[in-house]
Design a protein around this ligand. Sequence first.
Ligand SMILES: [Zn+2]
Ligand SMILES: [Zn+2]
Length: 275
Amino acid sequence: MALQFQESILLPPSLTKIGFQLRVLGSGSSGNCSLISHQDTHVLVDAGFSYKEIDARLQQFGVEAQSLTAVLVTHEHGDHIRAAHTLSRRLSIPVFTSEGTYDTALREKKLYDWVEVFPGRSFQLGAMTFHPISLPHDASDPVGFRIECEGRVMAHMTDFGYVSGLVRESLRDCDLMLLEANHDLELLRNGPYPWSLKQRIASKLGHLSNDAMLEVLQEVAHDRLEHVVFGHLSDTNNNAQLLRAQIRQTLRRIGLPELAFSIARQDRIHDVIEV
Ligand SMILES: [Zn+2]
Ligand SMILES: [Zn+2]
């Protein structure tokens, strides 16, 4: 044991592995955008704000838009795809989407390049391996991502109505997760939305409720999980304070009271998280 300890402290910095970073530019029902980076590879997952807003928020992180490698769009809803074509054209970078997303929203747009994403088929950007995971949502072939880099694992999943077996499996063994916590069922039920919209949100092709998210968290959380970010909160049908209390209660119950978590905001960037 003593020898191992000595070896680890003598390891030159150049040989220690550099983790990868998640920068959430913003997340909520009206705009979603995250930057996932490793060394010089900077991949945007969703582009649900204007180009100007994305550029401004990247600058708050000290990242130049010109350094982006690619834009991955999970599905065609406006809160995810808004600036994808503008980013692609102005920065000469490819947009990665499923064929369904491309056909629905991008075929008519001018893109620098489009790369088709197939659920179940991984692809590589720099040292990061992206695994597209099919999600149950009312869009055309929507996906979420499990991303692996030098032995570290991150999951980035929003916009799904229920936790399928596939999603559950892809959330296991993660070091970092960004998970949807869209609505509180009571707030949705008693809120101002028309009945048809309430039904759509709560359906199997809608959005994940706090309860459903807590249930899966309870199942997949483990003691090496470093941080969970909760995102895509509805302004109307959720309450961050209430959610925070529910998360704490769940973490205490499963014996992980120290697990770091945070709630991403729509109106501002989230601190950088590195794993
Ligand atoms: Zn959506
Ligand atoms: Zn969305």
